[in-house]
Design a protein around this ligand. Structure first.
Ligand code: AMP
Length: 420
């Protein structure tokens, strides 16, 4: 039976048992970051609309078509965050982290919102774990973030993730390439919408998936041929570090990502088992982002990994999804005085670190034993009136069926011992 309401289009609920996989994926993504000394950051799920317009880029699809923007009762325009980097940078600047020791390494985990057309792997509410390294141009920071993402995928047992790497050049060298690309594109027969895109954001045209356009783009100039000496040496240094670490990647000279702030290193993790929405994560360097949101010069590099698509990738690979931990002990009290005693017993077990649960609603022996089996517990504690009178409880091993009476006062240490 459902209620009169359903989760909004493009969203879904996480309920057991599948919700466990989401928790495990988030934890697996965060673990390598914590191990590498990244600090946790949490920002509001909505921000001043201008932050995303200026940060993500006025002409991006995210800003022009996909933002959940609304005016508050106070008359301010706010937007549900479509991505994390602009917010993290805003927060870092607001709290003066850029004036302390650099680099600042941060990670986050949370919900993001884009008004996209829902399809498999593309949702309007989705979940990302992200990492950002602020205040360094060292290519080692770029390589480090890539390695930490790969550590997460490895820990999850994902084997079919491919890494695509490109350089989009620096804020200084991009304009010349942009002009060369525009020259080329203006000589093609394009529809009005694409022509407009050539004017405002020509790099995005490279990302157009239409086969006839892709065909026409085969001869298009590539950023790789327009990198400055400094960009080239940065890119070579990143690639050397990745190679030294044994990372396998594909050079993807046409990889441009959906957010305008990327400079130099850009990368994407794709999974071939996912169909059209194959990107499980992506990121890159954003050396000009701080200035575009009104901050000082503060280079940075980072990524966001999609939690939802990573779960889908695990399912596509047929990997066993993590299961709920479950309890070790399940109490089966028979009669009101036993229920009261069992309630305290279970609380004591939990305080001692033993996973424990008990039958509710005054269930009889048969129903309560069924609940004990379903709970996955190894031991049932059966507590009847006669047991109470004798100050004992029956400890039943649910796999062997063996049962023995244990004094009530000893049952917590007794179970702790048997469970180690
Ligand atoms: P982006 O912020 O666009 O670089 O996206 C980073 C990652 O977030 C992508 O690789 C996806 O795994 C995930 N992602 C982005 N948009 C969506 C969406 N609408 N639904 C589900 N996952 C998404």
């Amino acid at each position: 039976m459902s209620s009169a309401f359903r989760a909004p289009r493009g969203t879904f609920d996480l309920v057991p048992p599948r919700s466990e996989a989401f928790l495990a994926v988030r934890e697996a993504m965060a673990a390598p970051l914590r191990l590498a000394g990244y600090g946790y950051v949490e920002t509001p799920t909505f921000e001043d609309t201008g932050l995303f317009v200026r940060g993500v880029g006025e002409s991006t699809d995210v800003v022009t078509k996909e933002m959940y923007t609304f005016t508050t009762r106070g008359g301010d325009s706010v937007t549900l965050r479509p991505e994390g980097t602009a917010s993290v940078l805003r927060a870092a600047l607001e709290h003066g982290l850029d004036r302390g020791p650099l680099p600042v390494k941060l990670w986050y985990s949370g919900s993001f919102y884009r008004y996209e057309r829902p399809q498999k792997g593309r949702f309007r509410h989705f979940s990302q774990v992200g990492a950002e390294v602020l205040g360094t141009e060292d290519p080692a920071a770029d390589a480090e973030t890539v390695l930490l993402a790969l550590d997460a995928y490895r820990a999850l047992g994902l084997s079919q993730v491919r890494l695509l790497v490109n350089s989009l050049g620096s804020v200084e060298s991009r304009p010349a390439y942009r002009a060369a690309l525009q020259d080329y594109l203006r000589r093609l027969h394009l529809d009005a919408e694409t022509r407009r895109r050539v004017d405002v954001n020509p790099l995005r045209v490279l990302d157009d998936k239409r086969p006839d356009l892709q065909e026409a783009l085969t001869e298009a100039p590539l950023m790789a041929d327009h990198l400055s000496a400094a960009d080239r040496s940065h890119h070579d240094a990143v690639r050397e570090l990745l190679a030294d670490a044994g990372v396998v990647w594909e050079d993807a000279p046409r990889l441009v990502r959906g957010l305008d702030y990327y400079t130099r290193t850009t990368f994407e993790f794709v999974h071939d088992g996912l169909g059209a929405q194959s990107a499980v994560g992506g990121g890159g360097r954003y050396d000009g982002l701080s200035e575009s949101i009104g901050g000082p010069r503060l280079p940075g590099v980072g990524w966001a990994l999609g939690v939802d698509r990573t779960v889908l990738a695990l399912e596509a690979e047929g990997s066993p999804l993590p299961a709920r931990p479950g309890v070790d002990v399940f109490a089966v009290p028979l009669g009101a005085p036993a229920r009261r005693r069992a309630f305290g017993l279970v609380a004591g077990l939990r305080q001692a670190g033993v996973g424990a649960d008990l039958a509710l609603d005054g269930r009889g022996l048969k129903g309560a034993m069924k609940a004990a089996d379903r709970s996955g517990a190894r031991y049932a504690l059966v507590l009847g009136e006669r047991d109470l009178a004798a100050d004992v409880v029956q400890v039943k091993d649910l796999s062997t069926g063996e049962q023995s009476a244990v004094p009530l006062a000893d049952v917590v240490p007794h179970l702790q011992e048997r469970l180690t």
